[in-house]
Design a protein around this ligand. Structure first.
Ligand code: MLT
Length: 338
């Protein structure tokens, strides 16, 4: 894969550190909890990390992916990593927000408008600041970013083209206040449910619908239990790879450097996966019989209701309106007034 080319200088540094005896002695197999199934964006990030880790450590370290929530709900894995009983987890950022509220700025509806916005924000100073916040707040360190795409609405009952069409639908959301309030701004009260329970919830019709990106909908086989898709595109889903800060601090400095470099390779692998696969995956969903529609008026109604009600409500928890304005400025958007 082409991202390995970029790693050659790191390989040299690593080799030098090993020769001078700085590299740690013990080999490690990092255990990575993955919320989604095989074929997902999360898996692409995890496999990118594993390949780069093995390459950079000369085969000393490896990683094992435990897909499909085998190691527990995404929010539970944050607790496990915080106390050091789990090495790493790949999960949606909305499932980290309850532990480190400032990352909620990436979950505010209609802030991130493209993959390029997401790359700029996560790989620049804002991403670095949020990484430090999660270490302090939650005891976990973000080492890679998965770019999963825009979250779209699915349901089993009817086509949804307007906010009014949501009436009567029971929609599952993650246990995340920003997402709960977003649906409330659209006039319905959603049902918070752990990700690991969502397929069963849809299958047994405890809930009628949910939202996630195309790549996730496909990997999780939601087309088996959902028919209608609406491109509400309200959140660009960012799904970090986190490492337990305790586990990270137990590594030698050379191994820490390898882990961080492997994280950068994983981020690149994720962006490559989305750019190459998203259109193909959308077609797979259509071939599986899903009906995909755009909301009327370019989502205007959804955008207006969500941004006017939800953004101000969460200024304080994300670190103030200035924080949102810094994010908007970074991606070339107008500030909101204070
Ligand atoms: C969620 O809806 O809880 C997450 O987006 C699930 C995921 O990690 O894909």
């Amino acid at each position: 894969m082409n991202y390995f080319n970029k790693l050659s200088s790191t390989l040299l540094i690593t080799a030098a550190l090993s020769v001078t005896g700085i590299a740690g002695a013990s080999a490690k197999n990092f255990k990575i909890a993955v919320g989604d199934s095989g074929g997902s964006s999360q898996e692409a990030t995890g496999l990118g990390f594993k390949a780069a880790l093995e390459e950079l450590s000369g085969g000393k370290h490896t990683a094992t992916l435990f897909l499909n929530g085998q190691l527990g709900s995404e929010q539970d894995t944050v607790n496990e990593a915080a106390i050091g009983t789990l090495d790493m987890s790949l999960l949606a950022i909305n499932n980290i927000t309850p532990f480190s509220p400032t990352v909620g700025v990436f979950t505010l509806p209609y802030v991130i408008l493209s993959l390029e916005d997401a790359e700029k924000l996560t790989q620049g100073s804002i991403g670095q600041e949020l990484t430090e916040n999660t270490i302090n707040d939650a005891g976990v360190r973000i080492i890679a970013w998965t770019y999963t795409g825009f979250r779209v609405l699915t349901n089993s009952k009817k086509p949804v083209k307007s906010v009014a069409d949501l009436e009567g639908l029971v929609i599952r959301v993650p246990k995340n206040e920003i997402m709960i309030d977003t649906y409330k701004s659209w006039g319905i009260s959603p049902t918070p449910m752990a990700w690991s329970e969502t397929f069963a919830g849809l299958q047994t019709k405890v809930v009628d619908g949910q939202d996630n990106p195309y790549t996730t909908i496909n990997a999780m086989k939601f087309y088996e239990v959902q028919k209608y898709v609406t491109n509400i595109r309200y959140i660009f889903s960012i799904e970090p790879l986190i490492i337990s800060e305790q586990v990270f601090q137990e590594l030698s400095s050379a191994d820490q450097e390898i882990v961080l470099e492997a994280g950068k390779a994983a981020t690149a692998a994720s962006a490559e996966f989305l750019r190459e696969k998203e259109a193909e995956i959308k077609q797979i969903l259509l071939d599986k019989g899903m009906e995909i529609v755009d909301p009327e008026n370019d989502e205007a109604e959804f955008i207006e209701l969500a941004t006017s009600a939800v953004w101000p409500k969460f200024y304080e928890s994300i670190g103030g309106v200035d924080k949102l304005n810094a994010v908007l400025a970074e991606i070339g958007r107008e500030p909101v007034s204070k």
